[in-house]
Design a binder for this molecule. Structure first.
Ligand SMILES: C[S@@+](CC[C@H](N)C(=O)[O-])C[C@H]1O[C@@H](n2cnc3c(N)ncnc32)[C@H](O)[C@@H]1O
Length: 307
């Protein structure tokens, strides 16, 4: 299957990275190398490290970056610092994360990310480790409901978890189609009529849990920020509120000098900011891009510069 994914806010990312031709850059979510290729094309003497945990993305990125000053690395960006230092990279001049799944992963029904169609219930970006089927067939109702509520903001989390537990008592849940039907059946009929895709929130939640996305992001942020040299830019595109909140709070912490409690009349901590905000409010795709690429509608780009 051809790897297709339109890079989101490409120009904003390229400008945001303030690329120096001789610099070292990381794209921690290379996917189909949409952003990576444009970054690598602007380098002369510098190098791009294009990382992804998905073997399909690695294959596509390797082909699209051939002949350019780029090194493709299969791995999770939560380990970016170790993976790069192993290769002798002791600093970065900029890093990009374009989070979540690619259109390719969603469209390739066999990967089991989509609630449309029927395929094995997989959802693993890395194609290794426990699958979504393992998760929904093993966790108890409380744990399932927590995942659905926290990662999917699913208002019927407890009911959906209950339906999952009842259904799997008869036979293990094996496909995306089965799961989508179980989720829909947990909704009151009025909600089901109004919401065209009642399984959307649950699928997002289970995908986040299967891939440990928020823990990976939290660890990846720290490791990558450590490697950034002064003046290095960190650009991150998020697609849902939990990711965006994590990035916003971490960026704010790095950009805040004083960490004294607000009731202290004068600063006693002597804290020094480690970064400055380049985007005070997150950037969003312009109207045209939103028209042309539905996925860009929920995208938010935040940028900081290390001091
Ligand atoms: C939205 S796509 C990136 C698309 C890419 N920017 C492009 O223009 O083609 C996200 C990619 O990040 C990868 N990914 C998500 N989380 C990751 C992680 N923690 N470590 C490594 N890769 C990750 C996914 O496998 C997917 O290929």
């Amino acid at each position: 299957m051809e790897f297709s994914h339109i890079p989101i806010m490409l120009n904003e990312c390229l400008e945001g990275l303030a690329i120096r031709p001789d610099g070292l850059y990381l794209d921690g979510t290379a996917g189909g190398a949409g952003h990576s290729r444009e970054i690598a094309k602007r380098l002369e003497g510098g190098r791009l490290y294009a990382m992804d945990q998905d073997p399909d993305a690695i294959e596509a990125a390797t082909a699209r970056l051939s002949g350019l000053p780029a090194t493709v690395i299969q791995g999770n960006f939560r380990n970016a610092k170790a993976l790069l230092t192993q290769r002798g990279v002791d600093h970065l001049d900029g890093a990009l994360l374009d989070l979540g799944v690619s259109s390719h992963q969603l469209d390739d029904r066999e990967r089991g990310f989509s609630y449309l169609g029927d395929a094995p219930l997989d959802m693993r970006m890395s194609q290794s480790g426990p699958t979504a089927a393992d998760l929904v067939n093993s966790l108890d109702r409380d744990a399932l409901a927590r995942i659905l509520r926290e990662y999917g903001e699913e208002p019927y989390a407890w009911q959906v978890a209950g339906k999952i537990v009842t259904a799997r008592a008869k036979a293990p849940i094996a496909t995306t189609g089965q799961l989508a039907e179980i989720v829909a059946a947990a909704m009151p009929p009025a909600v089901r009529r109004k919401d065209k895709n009642p399984a959307r929130r649950s699928f997002q939640a289970i995908r986040i849990a299967v891939n440990g996305e928020l823990d990976a992001l939290s660890e990846g942020l720290d490791g990558i920020f450590d490697l950034l040299a002064p003046g290095g830019r960190f650009c991150i595109i998020t697609f849902h509120s939990l990711e965006d909140r994590l990035v916003k709070q971490r960026f704010r912490r790095w950009c805040t000098a004083c960490t004294c409690p607000p009731e202290f009349p004068v600063c006693v901590c002597g804290g020094v900011a480690k970064a400055k905000q380049i985007t005070h409010k997150p950037l969003q795709a312009d109207g045209r891009e939103q028209q042309e690429n539905r996925r860009s509608r929920s995208a938010k780009l935040r940028i900081i510069e290390k001091l």
